[in-house]
Design a protein around this ligand. Structure first.
Ligand SMILES: C[S@@+](CC[C@H](N)C(=O)[O-])C[C@H]1O[C@@H](n2cnc3c(N)ncnc32)[C@H](O)[C@@H]1O
Length: 256
């Protein structure tokens, strides 16, 4: 991810309703936890953004840590998470190191690592995606779980390529123009925002780039990083994904 994204976007992320996606993922993760009988005490949300998922996970009484690269996003998260005890770190994927929770008796490491809303699509090479999987592996305890969603190539081709998304609120408007490069399997979103500050409308643009990975590649890189893939679903279901699905959710367990 280039470090010019999620700067001013952070100010308006929740206002434009982008926080609703991780709320849906938290509910779905609850179903996955039930299905796979996962016990969670310590959880880490990677690319935690404005902290919505952590805020909702806090209601479960878990001990929480969030990691994100964007200081702007973390600033909002800090406010949202006041009083929850959640710890936040400004760190960048693919490699970082934070203190592991737990002890020798319980096993050192997190019980669950999550990453929502196509955050891992910001990793633009297989090398970085694999290095990220290794980083997650190093932070999980043996038998710990990793749950994340990703946009598929179909999403970038159909939902992004040539599409313009625009909307206007009282103090905020945006125009997002998207393109897709089929050869590289990357899509660019040139996101322009207009934010009203008193009588003045401020304008800024961020260019976001995502890359899609075939399900077979995701599985292979996870296996090579010491995971067993327990589920790869059409997101928000327990169904096997089809070629025309836009988003997958992956459930992987660190080998014991
Ligand atoms: C689409 S937002 C999702 C935020 C949050 N997970 C949610 O569901 O609302 C993507 C997040 O990934 C973070 N991110 C992207 N690339 C990153 C990297 N290489 N290291 C750490 N964070 C990254 C961004 O800063 C941003 O907060």
């Amino acid at each position: 991810m280039n470090d010019k994204v999620y700067r001013r976007f952070a100010e308006v992320y929740d206002t434009m309703g982008a926080d609703r996606f991780s709320a849906q993922m938290v509910e779905y993760t609850g179903e996955l936890i039930h299905k796979f009988n996962i016990d969670v005490v310590h959880a880490l949300d990677l690319c935690c953004g404005t902290g919505t998922a952590l805020h909702l996970f806090a209601r479960k009484g878990w001990q929480l840590v969030g990691v994100d690269r964007s200081e702007g996003m973390l600033k909002i998260a800090r406010k949202k998470l006041r009083g929850t005890g959640a710890k936040l770190y400004q760190k960048s994927l693919p490699t970082f190191k934070i203190a592991l929770p737990g002890d020798k008796e319980t096993g050192k490491g997190f019980d669950l690592v999550t990453s929502f809303y196509d955050s891992l699509n910001y990793l633009l090479t297989q090398r970085d995606l694999k290095a990220t999987f290794r980083t997650v592996h190093a932070h999980l305890k043996p038998g710990g779980w990793f749950v994340f969603d990703m946009n598929t190539a179909e999403a970038l081709k159909v939902l992004w390529d040539g599409q313009v998304f625009a909307d206007v609120h009282d103090n905020l408007a945006w125009v997002w123009k998207n393109t897709y490069d089929e050869n590289k399997q990357t899509a660019d979103c040139a996101a322009t925002f207009f934010v009203r500050k008193g009588k003045v409308w401020e304008r800024f643009t961020e260019v976001h780039t995502e890359r899609a990975y075939a399900n077979s590649v995701i599985r292979k890189l996870l296996r090579e990083s010491g995971f067993v893939v327990r589920g790869l679903y059409r997101c928000f279901s327990f169904e096997k994904p089809d070629a025309d699905d836009y988003r997958v959710c992956v459930v992987a367990e660190k080998k014991r």
